[in-house]
Design a protein around this ligand. Structure first.
Ligand code: FDA
Length: 378
């Protein structure tokens, strides 16, 4: 073995595929029973609908290198992501755009009129002196839009009153003064035609790659543990950086999600893939309806059953799946300390969202893995 990779997510598999194609023998371990990390999807046994087990994953990128690379393993559908939100019993398009504004204010504002209105309403606070998330949010989009679409949604995401949250966690809130309600602005967007798992399996399908599942790097009873491999084999580590150092500098904090999956005997539950629920009366933040990601899969799409998944957000405990870095001041200090410790680990390369404590979209994880390969490992 020339290289051990801890974690079979997009970061680990990209490095594995590049190394294997360059003739290196690679072993990839993952403590889960499947490859793909959080991008893993599976076919629901009752309906055949592809379900994104760890939350909806939409591929989008403007990075030509990444786009060329991913197209070696999958084609993409022409799916374009659009999100809607149900506020006080009315459905609005998201992100907030001219359609949302005109529907909300029951008006027919031009772009300039809408911009002037929001500017006037935002004048209640100054972005530079806003004392907390709520004041900053109002300073960015004005009180009416903030209270309708951001305040309670944020409170549900963070289980915290926005007045108790730091304004630093937002620099902007998206508002568009056109009717464009495409969720992403990237050059390329789509969903893998045969699903995420088929794509990820093709990346791992190389004679120089061996994948071992249900193997935890820190389990000292297995032969590829940290204790055995440390200092002997180059390691790409994509697990949590604080776990690697046994939390000596303290645990980094994360938010996690709980998902409630349900099969319904209806053909179409909500008419779209993602519906947000920004009000306090719904305890969940979103409902996903997976069949809408693939309208081209006719038999499944037109069947009389559907799969929905309600998403609930909360702070993660150590045993929960870490999803979104909280990034509080203490976290940032701890991260700097872990980065210093990481410099002392010879032949260990920390990468991916858990290894760097950064929210990374898939194209970013793939792009940074390609960079690690070409700049340091190749
Ligand atoms: P990832 O977490 O996927 O993989 C790390 C792997 O390491 C895991 O499989 C884990 O089991 C393994 N591991 C950890 N510790 C280990 C140990 N001790 N021993 C062995 N294995 C270990 N992106 C996007 O582009 N569009 C989108 O729509 C979304 N949507 C989205 C929704 C939600 C809810 C989340 C949380 C994230 C997204 N993402 C996304 C981001 C996407 O999930 C992310 O880019 C990739 O998961 C990053 O891949 P990594 O390989 O870095 O991590």
């Amino acid at each position: 073995m020339d290289l051990l990779i801890v974690g079979a997510g997009f970061f680990g598999l990209t490095v594995a595929e590049r190394a294997a194609s360059a003739g290196r023998k690679v072993v990839v371990i993952d403590r889960r029973h499947h490859i793909g990390g959080n991008a893993y999807s599976e076919s629901d046994s009752e309906t055949g609908i592809e379900v994104h087990r760890y939350g909806a994953h939409l591929f989008h990128t403007s990075n030509a290198t990444v786009w060329e690379y991913v197209n070696r393993f999958t084609t993409f559908t022409d799916y374009v992501h659009r999100v809607y939100t149900t506020h006080k019993g009315t459905v609005f398009p998201m992100p907030v755009n001219l359609g949302t504004i005109n529907q909300f204010f029951q008006a027919a504002y031009t772009p300039d009129q809408a911009r002037a209105l929001v500017r006037e309403q935002a004048g209640e606070f100054d972005v530079k002196t806003a004392a907390n998330f709520e004041e900053k949010g109002i300073a960015l989009v004005g009180r009416p839009l903030f209270e309708a679409f951001f305040r309670d949604y944020t409170a549900k995401q963070w289980q915290t009153d926005p007045r108790q949250l730091s304004g630093d966690i937002i620099s902007r809130l998206p508002v568009r003064y056109t009717y464009d309600n495409r969720y992403f602005n990237d050059t390329w967007e789509g969903l893998p035609t045969d699903g995420y798992t088929a794509w990820l399996e093709r990346m791992a399908d190389h004679p120089n790659i061996e994948v071992k599942l249900d193997v935890d790097y820190f389990d000292e009873s297995q032969p590829l543990s940290r204790k055995v491999t440390s200092g002997r084999i180059p390691v790409v580590y994509t697990g949590p950086v604080d776990r690697y150092f046994d939390y000596v500098e303290g645990a980094l904090s994360w938010r996690t999600l709980d998902f409630e999956r349900e099969v319904l005997n209806v053909r179409d539950f909500q008419g779209t893939s993602v519906m947000n629920y920004p009000d306090m009366d719904a305890p969940y933040t979103r409902i996903h309806e997976f069949k809408h990601f693939h309208p081209e899969r006719k038999a499944v799409y037109e069947s009389d059953k559907t799969v929905i998944m309600r998403e609930f957000s909360r702070f993660a405990n150590r045993e929960d799946e870490p999803y979104y870095p909280v990034n509080a001041t203490t976290d940032r200090e701890r991260l700097l300390a872990y980065r210093e410790l990481a410099k002392g680990e010879k032949h260990v390369y920390f990468g991916g969202r858990l290894g760097t404590y950064k929210y990374l979209d898939m194209h970013m994880a793939i792009g940074s893995a390609l960079t690690l390969w070409s700049n340091e490992l190749a």
